[in-house]
Design a protein around this ligand. Sequence first.
Ligand code: SAH
Ligand code: SF4
Length: 393
Amino acid sequence: MTDTPITPDVTTLPRLPRRADGKINLVGLTRPKLHEALIAAGTPEKQAKMRADQLWQWIYQRGEADFAAMTNLAKAYRAMLAENFVIERPEVVSKLVSADGTHKYLVRIAGGHEVEVVYIPEEDRGTLCISSQVGCTLTCSFCHTGTQKLVRNLTPGEIVGQIMIARDDLDEWPKPGEGSDLRPRLLSNIVLMGMGEPLYNFENVRDAMKIAMDPEGISLSRRRITLSTSGVVPEIARTAQEIGCQLAVSFHATTDEVRDKLVPINRKWPIAALLDALRAYPKASNSERITFEYVMLKGVNDSDADARRLVQLIRGIPAKINLIPFNEWPGAPHERSDWERIESFADIIYKAGYASPIRTPRGEDIMAACGQLKSTTERARKSRAEIAAEAGI
Ligand code: SAH
Ligand code: SF4
């Protein structure tokens, strides 16, 4: 291509969300939207596919954020990109590292809201737990995030941006000349188990996961992505068809009476309706087993009778059951089941032929364990408010 200046078509560009300075963030645009944005900015239609492919590789294969470094693009084209676009991740406000190696990133998104992202290194994998909403509309009794009202849905850029931030911090983008899969991945798995209900932000989660799975970019296999839902039944079939990732379900109780209290969405879609949707999932998504998450709450859902009912209920569904010892948070109305109780529960499930791993709480010392997210932030918020009050602002 030549170095002739390119005049953007400002009449079509506003269809995409803009920052305050009028620029559009390319992170989080799907391939068709990226293509459209480049054409609107003046890229000749014939070249647009190739330019979109080149940019895609720079952004998601190399982690590049500076147009000036994109040496396979002509200088004038790079200047045009810099004038109209940015490649922007959410801002990392702080990073805490637990004694067990877990990282917790506090991330600030547009509007000054904050979400937490947790990286959990293990021997054979590194899992990133990402958030899909600021807060949650649901009010599960054992979940700290549920005590916080929904502030807003995250955009696709803010969701995939969490993965990019972690790859930046782990220094995991391949260096020039290096293939993308030379070393074992430090960030090899994604779980949508942070703040929020991913199926109440379906389109944005889907677009972000499509970007994460794209073979020319971050290239995570759909088998290494697990979406956890509290049971938004109508969106489960869509998850199979449009994302195709692995599914986890926050089951947590074996009777509607108890589940209504623990996971209030059960009043809308009770256990029988949920199980019907789950039966259809593995086939439709070509996925392996469904993970049934089961938080162990003392005296509430942890009896041997519960364990036996659970295996009855899930009969016929390819499943593994992930037992999660309850993680405490200030003011929580529950207690963690005793260890012997958890083991006895696990044993019944195991003898019925299901894998029943007990999830080791990770990052408890930095409040990064399941269901604890947001607590430190809230404390930080309060103290900032106090500081502001003291300063008379
Ligand atoms: N909203 C989605 C995903 C986020 S929660 C969902 O509910 O599935 C991720 C997992 O952590 C869910 O299984 C949730 O039930 C569990 N969880 C929430 N609070 C917890 C706590 N205090 N202790 C242990 N697990 C908890
Ligand atoms: Fe929301 Fe999931 Fe917490 Fe329930 S467990 S309140 S759905 S984040």
